[in-house]
Design a protein around this ligand. Structure first.
Ligand code: PLP
Length: 383
């Protein structure tokens, strides 16, 4: 038998996503009849509002079933620019907004537009599992910088070489839920400016921030000139399966960057974009309630976890994550809780070595399930 030709090294050497693997493990355990209580899911588990579903339905019935504009529906791009203006004060021209199938593709599009073969991209960790692989898919090299509690600008500056093209910055951070301070953002903008770097700013949790302000690099014209903003409808509106997000690019770059869209997906389906437009219309009616629900759950769960010997947990200022420190091996603990107590979590080290000694827990399951999971964790403890 002839041996099959190998798949590309580009794909073969990618690490599988630890969070997707955990989701699949939980799915398989449930399918085999086990009742798993999941504190592992990065899906907010909010039912998409029926008005959003209706908007997609109507668009399909009205015949929106064809190729559409590559950059996205002009009405949606206008609404996204207005949404960003309201949040950060950044005045984007509609022309600088590109609608994408989710935040993940917005990230890939930004990297495709900025990274040359063998370029280096700085990636603080613990960080979201897809940053490194996306950089590698674009031919670049992720430079991992362990930074658990704050962006250490001196360490970041020391890591810059003539090959450094960009830095990926995420706020609020997955997995910790931390919101970067104004001082950190100002320092990053200054650093990127001095070293002529792109900032790729992932703000997919920015609608779930509990504090009054949300600092971002695009808030000043200086930062906006070299920042790509990655955003998404997934977490804000419970629309993970709709695959809808956007990329805001530095002034004038949408045309060249959109060549990647033209030659890959062409466009996001019109009905999905109609749903997004409706979601933004009802934002004030629905999002504050989601945000408050997650804040309440984070604060309750953090207090219960913190009371367990060997676990220390403080509720962060955003998102639906908790990142408790555990006084033991995080991978072994997550495996034990799943195997012996049917509680799913993600080990912090799945988000990079800097996350070791922590677990990432989410408060996206129904209240009842979170309550039961925390009761089991309290009686299991960490030993
Ligand atoms: N960025 C971060 C930090 C995330 O946690 C996620 C999803 O988990 C994404 C981007 C991508 O989200 P989506 O592609 O669903 O918009």
């Amino acid at each position: 038998m002839k041996q099959q030709r190998a798949i590309s090294q580009r794909i073969a050497r990618l690490r599988p996503s630890a969070t997707v693997e955990m989701t699949e493990k939980v799915r398989a355990a449930k399918a085999s009849g086990r009742r798993i209580l999941s504190l592992a899911s990065g899906d907010p588990q909010i039912t998409t509002d029926p008005r959003i579903i209706e908007a997609a339905h109507k668009a399909l019935q009205a015949g929106d079933t064809h190729y559409g504009p590559v950059l996205g529906d002009p009405r949606l791009r206008n609404a996204l620019a207005a949404h960003e203006k309201r949040r950060s004060g950044a005045q984007y021209d509609d022309a600088d907004i590109i609608v994408t199938p989710g935040g993940k593709f917005a990230l890939l599009t930004a990297l495709m537009g900025t990274v040359e073969a063998d370029d280096e991209v700085l990636v603080p960790e613990p960080g979201w599992v897809s940053y490194g692989p996306c950089v590698e898919m674009c031919g670049g090299k992720p430079i991992i910088l362990p930074m658990l509690d704050r962006i250490d600008l001196a360490v970041m500056e020391a890591a810059i070489t003539p090959r450094t093209a960009a830095v990926i910055v995420n706020s609020p951070v997955n997995p910790t839920g931390r919101v970067l301070s104004q001082e950190e953002i100002d320092g990053l903008v200054d650093l990127a400016d001095r070293h002529n770097l792109w900032i790729i700013f992932d703000q997919v949790y920015s609608d779930l921030v509990h504090t009054a302000s949300f600092p971002s690099p695009q808030a000043t014209a200086k930062g906006r000139a070299f920042t790509f903003v990655v955003d998404s409808f997934s977490k804000t509106f419970g629309m993970t399966g709709w695959r809808l997000g956007h990329l805001a690019v530095p002034p004038g770059l949408s045309k060249p960057v959109s060549r990647f869209i033209q030659h890959s997906i062409y466009c996001v389906p019109g009905a999905i974009q109609a749903a997004g437009l409706k979601a933004l219309e009802i934002y004030d009616e629905v999002v504050p309630g989601y945000r408050e629900m997650f804040r309440r759950r984070q604060s309750d769960a953090a207090a219960r976890l913190d009371a367990i010997p060997g676990i220390s947990c403080v509720a962060p200022d955003a998102s639906f994550y908790l990142f408790p420190a555990v006084d033991t091996d995080d991978r072994a603990l997550a495996a034990r809780w799943l195997d012996l107590h049917d509680v799913a979590s993600v080990p912090g080290s799945a988000f990079g070595g800097a996350g070791a000694g922590h677990l990432r827990l989410t408060v996206t399951a129904p209240d009842r399930e979170i309550d039961e999971a925390l009761t089991r964790i309290a009686s299991a403890g960490i030993l």
